[in-house]
Design a protein around this ligand. Structure first.
Ligand code: PEP
Ligand code: MN
Length: 337
């Protein structure tokens, strides 16, 4: 429910309505807009709420929030959310470029790659220390040692670190090193993990589950927002379809659709979305044209010998060319890189 206050409503009236919402068993969230204040009344909607809230002093009108996701919905918040973490800003005019290897392999690798990527225009550094692998026999990541390597790369470059956290009990440890906590596709509906990331207050990059609908995706984001953490980025990384010419199918219509339904920034991952390095740059360019707020790209200086996802990793040279192309495409859609 959204309680829209009159433009001349007083603070006392606003506070009174917030108390009234609490008394009705809902949780109030006061949003001060340019022209008027609205109070979101969040919780399970039931009959009689509009009637209970509408007569309040200073109230202009009460509207239901139609979307099942409330805090993530653009019905509730019109202004776009900008998520900021160190060097990284996602959701503003400038398009974020998060780049790095699939896995953190060694300190020398990540530090040297981070320096190269920073010089080429990256605004964030990705790298997995905890790796969710399809087979238990594949490399699972360097874990806390890997996080330390990422921290060393940040110390050298200032680049914000985006890295995956796989378990709720690891959140405090990963949050000690990371600037952005990535929730992987396989964990999109791990509700305890979503809540723990919400409680950490750290910026979150939530990847779409490979079999999740957009509504389920936004409801997963809602779990983080519901813990009072507004710093959520949505990441389209491709879904599973009958198609097998690519590793996943990357549905770019999700980008304008999410931009319409939600105020949260949208990041596209064309590396996992295609699984093929030669398809990454074209889909990255298309994502920028479609209105993405950022890209997350797997870049490796020697893809052939990468410890994971080499087939979908681009080289720094390709990244350089891509940044330049994205800059030109961004200008066409009134953005910058
Ligand atoms: C990754 O970013 O390396 C990763 C495992 O991504 P996803 O969860 O989208 O598969
Ligand atoms: Mn990967």
């Amino acid at each position: 429910m959204i309680v829209v206050m009159k433009p001349d409503a007083t603070m006392t009236q606003i506070e009174h309505m917030a108390d009234q919402i609490t008394r009705l068993g809902l949780s109030p969230q006061v949003i001060h807009g340019k022209h008027q204040t609205v109070i979101a009344a969040l919780g399970e909607e039931r009959q009689g709420l509009i009637e209970a809230l509408e007569p309040g002093e200073g109230v202009e009108k009460v509207l239901p929030i139609m979307a099942p996701y409330k805090r993530a919905s653009s019905e509730l918040k019109k202004e776009r959310t900008v998520v900021a973490a160190r060097s990284l800003e996602v959701g503003g005019t400038k398009i974020a470029m998060i780049a790095g290897p699939c896995s953190v392999e060694s300190e020398e690798q990540i530090v040297s790659l981070a320096k190269t990527l920073k010089a080429l225009g990256a605004t964030g550094l990705r790298g997995g220390a905890f790796k969710p692998r399809t087979s238990p026999y594949s490399f699972q990541g360097h874990k806390e040692e890997g996080l330390k390597m990422l921290a060393a790369a940040r110390a050298e470059t200032g680049l914000a670190i985006v890295t995956e956290v796989m378990a709720p009990e690891h959140v405090p440890m990963v949050a000690e090193y990371a600037d952005v906590l990535q929730i992987g596709a396989r964990n999109m509906q791990n509700y305890q993990l979503l809540q723990a990331v919400g409680d950490s207050g750290k910026a979150a990059l939530l990847k779409r589950g490979m079999s999740a609908t957009v509504e389920e995706f936004l409801l997963a984001a809602e779990y983080i927002l519901d813990r009072g953490n507004p710093n959520v980025m949505l990441c389209e990384r491709g879904i599973r379809t009958f198609e097998d010419h690519t590793r996943f199918t990357l549905p770019l219509a999700t980008v304008p659709y999410l931009n319409e339904k939600s105020h949260l920034p949208v990041v596209v991952d064309p590396s996992h979305g295609t699984g093929k390095s030669r398809l990454v740059a074209p889909m990255a360019r298309a994502a920028v044209a479609a209105g993405a707020d950022g890209l997350i790209l797997e870049v490796h200086d020697d893809p052939e010998h990468a410890m994971s996802d080499g087939a979908q990793s681009i080289t720094p040279a390709t990244f350089k060319q891509l940044v330049d192309q994205c800059r030109r495409i961004a200008a066409a859609v009134d953005r910058t890189v």
